[in-house]
Design a protein around this ligand. Structure first.
Ligand code: ADP
Ligand code: MG
Length: 242
């Protein structure tokens, strides 16, 4: 059974069709990179997976949870999938340690001391234990994004979704975030990553999905994707970003 199973999903914003008949699967432990031009529906595709956006046609199953079923408890689903956004989205008025613990306490009901111990373990893993009592604004963008990843991991997610996690960062900070993601991938985390970092894709991707105008145009291994057998649209895209 795949970890994430997306079947014939279509979605509209009013009259505008943003996703058209999207079908793909992410197996446990796979790292799938999603790329494509701006406005092609990449963010929307990952938002429908953890029910941040509704969709009108098709079926999505995450592990054994039917996202399309109106009876499903969506907040429980969201608590099991880690999500990392372009703009970090840390709580600015809370110390790093409190950013790491609030979800664990409020959503998972963990006692505070246990949540702190667990959160700091992940903060240490991303190399930022010394920053635990600072506020997000006192950290660099790269550091804030590493905290956001640690925060997501401290919820013990079954999969992680990334939406352009490095595109708001200064160039010198991109690698420190990608390094954390590569390590996570190598540890076997199931990941769906919207990114244009093709070096990351070449290093750890199991598969690459290329989207254009709301459709999945390519869904293949990274070797196929970076090889010759790919669509003209993907070739044009790659020629612009590589
Ligand atoms: P990408 O992440 O590939 O840049 P998005 O999934 O963000 O693309 O958006 C795909 C299309 O849907 C774009 O044309 C965008 O303008 C449109 N769109 C995104 N969010 C909304 C919304 N909330 N309401 C209406 N249109 C939207
Ligand atoms: Mg986007």
């Amino acid at each position: 059974m795949p970890m994430i199973d997306i079947k014939n999903v279509s979605k509209w914003y009013g009259q505008f069709q943003v996703l058209t008949d999207c079908t793909t699967k992410v197996e446990k432990g796979e790292v799938v990179v999603v790329c494509g031009p701006s406005g092609s529906g990449k963010s929307t595709l990952i938002k429908v997976v953890n029910a941040l956006e509704p969709f009108q046609k098709g079926e999505i199953t995450v592990e054994d949870v039917k996202v399309h079923d109106p009876k499903t408890n969506l907040s429980k689903l969201r608590s099991r999938i880690g999500m990392v956004f372009q703009n970090f989205e840390l709580f600015p008025h809370m110390k790093i340690v409190d950013n790491l613990t609030i979800g664990q306490m409020k959503v998972l009901g963990r006692p505070r001391d246990q949540a702190i111990e667990h959160g700091l373990k992940y903060l240490d893993r991303v190399g930022l234990i010394a920053q635990k009592d600072k506020y997000p604004g006192q950290l660099s963008g790269g550091q804030q994004q590493r905290v956001a990843i640690a925060r997501a991991l401290s919820m013990d997610p079954i999969a992680m979704l990334f939406d352009e996690p490095t595109s708001a960062l200064d160039p010198e900070m991109i690698n420190e975030v990608l390094d954390v993601m590569v390590e996570l991938a190598r540890e076997g985390m199931t990941m769906m990553c919207v990114t244009h970092e093709m070096g990351f894709a070449k290093t750890v991707a199991s598969r690459v999905i290329f989207m254009d105008k709301g459709q999945i145009v390519e869904d293949c291994t990274k070797d196929e994707f970076f090889g010759t057998a790919r669509s003209e649209r993907a070739q044009q895209f790659l020629s612009k970003i590589l």
